[in-house]
Design a binder for this molecule. Sequence first.
Ligand code: SF4
Ligand code: SF4
Length: 455
Amino acid sequence: MKEVVVPKVLYLPLHSKSFNFTAVCVSHGQQVSLGEKLAEDPDNYDAPLLSPSCGKVDLEKTPGHITLEELSSVEPKSYIYHDDSDHIHKKMGPAGIKRYKLLNLGAWEFMKEAYTGQMPDPLSTPQAVIVSTLQLEPFLVRGDVLLKEHLRQFTHRLEHLQSLLEYQPIYLAFPKVKSDFAAKIKEQIRGYAWVKLIEVPMKYPYDNFQILSRHLGLKRNQGSIWGVNVEGVLAIDNALTASRPCVERIISVAGPGASLRQHLRLMAGYPIAVIKDEHSEEHTITIDGGILTGRLLTDDTKGVPAECRGITFVPEHQSREFLGWLRPGFDRQSYSGSFLSSLCSVFPDRVTNAIRGELRPCVSCGFCEDVCPAGIMPHRLHKLIYQDDIDTVEKFRIDLCVECGLCSFVCPSKIELMHQFQDMKQTILKEKEIAAAEAAKEAAKEASESQLETE
Ligand code: SF4
Ligand code: SF4
């Protein structure tokens, strides 16, 4: 794992996959210290964007970012956490105070609601927590890599997690393979009655929290299920034991277009251009995350987003290949087996941004349906979304989509199915929230009118 040096400037994106830090808490030119709140997300329990370093704020230089200049590296140890959680104590007791502390120190964002992938309400009560030591999507940092140096203290760290709960079970998912790592985990957990082990096949996307919940028979309508990965367990432990702000990330820099593959320990906002210069070959596209579920990073994003788990470089085709989907090539693979490489497995597969051919309409090949672990019909959903028929989209159970990205990967028409479904799920959620708020307003109005009549 390589520790990067503090850069000259940090570019902290105000928008990431789950957060919109729209409420900026600092002013242009202000000097900030490490761990200071720069902005917060009012729609996400005021989740904070914390300053990863001491420095001077620039709100004008880079649109969509808070830029930090004149950085000085200060040891996180010197950070002092100010507890202002009296109101939480009355409501939730000691567990609530700890969760509130995690939220303020930026560690709560590692906790995800299994069925929505969103950060859960820190003051809610889950029915169970799933801890996953697996990371099965190619090119991202695996749990055993993160735990390498910390395996001995892992159970102690899980105790911290348990202290956030009342009596709810913790399920620990680990790979169903004979390995040193699995054996050591089993050995450590023995005697911890509150941790239940689940062995999971080493096949993508069995590490998905929604799939794990279904595998365990945990029903969505019986309360929320929280999911956290190894990095989250380490962040929670760090925040609770040392009261340090969680401003560092361990990310993988990899992919078929990477000239140097490494795990980096760096701070949010680290310049993408520096990573690209040092790790990417010429002519690549940059993906925030893994090759299946990541999103394309455009030139508008200058720094590593707060939630980033990895940067994947994929070679970009410079010219269009004539009949590219058909042309024989021993190093090319496709789900349809249309390349000669399907006949011989000794050649490494070539993954480029043209792997799925050209963008074109759905050709009803059904590949997306074949691979979908949720058992839904992605091609049908795609057509309904195109027709803007939201009611039928819901009837075709878009809610079951676990956002694994397999349908997008195999689609020969290069349709970004998963991203379409993510966006549509958000739209449906927002529409429901608006409808619920209007219904509540109407009910309150009717209640006050009937009260006036009785008076
Ligand atoms: S619809 Fe696509 S992204 Fe959703 S679960 Fe099925 S294969 Fe995965
Ligand atoms: S894989 Fe793509 S082209 Fe084939 S049915 Fe699904 S959406 Fe249509």
